[in-house]
Write a protein that binds this ligand. Structure first.
Ligand code: SF4
Length: 373
């Protein structure tokens, strides 16, 4: 990497100039770029993790209408925050946002701190987010290394070692810091990220329109598709689950998950993993009973949905079912509260993605059945 560091140093002036000029002409009109208000930059960075930009913009605008400032986030009911986050996944992020908002109000006079250590002490803010807030909101000289930026450096410098190696990351961090033009961290970091997202894309980079074409070693060496060096992906763990959607007198049973559980505080249909030798239908029956002490019958498959998470591939079999008895009060074993809710009221609750998909299916099935009567 030492040779690469020297090469990087030799072209930093030129790359700075070219990227800043490219950014001036090509920057996207993103709502938090209008004033770089620290609260807005922070929310945009948290939303942007693992999410496509057009979705981030959609969620961001809605979020700012509901929670225009830190005080609004700190005092909002958790369910309202979860609902605004529904569909973005990784729900611990929204809980950390609220905890951080409370701490910022309590300890920092409602202002997102400008100090690295103070930022890192806040829930949900790691080194990347802290550097992004400091540089983009406060224009302080902190480099950001997201996947887009890493890819640009890996290609321009033709780095032939995996970027996850600690020593390589440290050197890359130093190179990125060295590239920052004095007083322009905000612009340069965004230029790098935007350039990686729009031009030096993971697949099919737009080299014919690239302002760095004369400097790009990977282009010269023909190694673009191997830069960054691909890391061996771990095989995802397969999880198969089943759940029961209990229908009773035009209402549906839902329950709220325990707060510290996966998808804590979201609503769901009772269910869980299949045991060895069980069919999905048997598992749905058993899980409903174990979680609520409801006995159910007349199970009908509604839909099977598959969801991918970082480490898991989850297959969820959903069944509609009916109570065997007249009592509608559950004994809760895996939830904090429950509701019997008409279908039309379900949109007020926040669900994990798989359960939300089952809801859409249920909605369209009910609509079809009613229109056929
Ligand atoms: S020439 Fe192609 S690979 Fe190299 S920096 Fe430009 S877009 Fe990326």
């Amino acid at each position: 990497m030492m040779k690469d560091v020297e090469y990087a140093s030799s072209l930093k002036k030129s790359v700075r100039k070219l990227l800043l000029s490219w950014f001036a002409d090509n920057r996207r009109d993103l709502p938090w770029r209008n004033g770089y208000e620290p609260y807005q930059v922070w929310i945009s960075e948290i939303m942007g993790q693992q999410t496509q930009m057009d979705r981030v913009v959609l969620y961001f605008k809605r979020w700012m209408e509901l929670f225009p400032d830190i005080a609004a986030v700190a005092t909002a009911p958790e369910q309202q925050l979860l609902k605004a986050w529904e569909g973005l996944g990784y729900y611990s992020r929204v809980k950390n946002i609220q905890r951080t908002a409370g701490l910022v109000l309590q300890n920092h006079g409602g202002q997102i701190p400008e100090d690295l250590n103070q930022l890192l002490a806040l829930p949900g803010i790691g080194p990347y987010t802290a550097a992004a807030i400091l540089s983009i909101a406060y224009n302080k000289p902190y480099p950001v290394l997201d996947a887009n930026v890493e890819r640009v450096f890996a290609r321009v410098l033709d780095l032939d070692q995996p970027l996850k190696q600690v020593s390589i990351r440290r050197q890359l961090q130093a190179v990125a810091a060295d590239f920052l033009p004095r007083g322009k961290a905000r612009l340069f970091n965004q230029a790098l990220m935007e350039f990686g997202a729009l031009v030096c894309r993971p697949k099919s980079p737009d080299c014919s329109c690239c302002p760095l074409v004369a400097h790009c070693r990977a282009l010269q060496q023909g190694t673009i598709d191997r830069r960054p060096v691909p890391v061996q992906r771990e095989k995802k763990i397969e999880i198969v689950m089943a759940c029961g959607i209990i229908l009773h007198e035009n209402r549906v049973y839902i329950q709220q998950r325990l707060p510290d559980d996966v998808w804590g505080s979201l609503w769901e249909f009772p269910g869980g993993r299949l045991k060895a030798g069980e069919t999905p239908e048997q598992a749905a029956c058993r899980e409903v009973f174990e979680e609520t002490e409801f006995s159910v019958s007349r199970l009908r498959p509604l839909e099977t949905v598959v969801h991918h998470y970082t480490k898991y591939r989850v297959t969820l079999h959903g069944f509609t079912c009916r109570l065997r008895h007249s009592g509608t009060m559950p004994v809760l074993h895996a939830a904090v509260q429950y509701c019997w809710i008409p279908l039309s009221g379900l949109s007020d609750f926040s669900f994990p993605a798989g359960h939300r998909q089952l809801l859409h299916r249920l909605d369209s099935q009910m609509w079809r059945e009613n229109s056929e009567k």
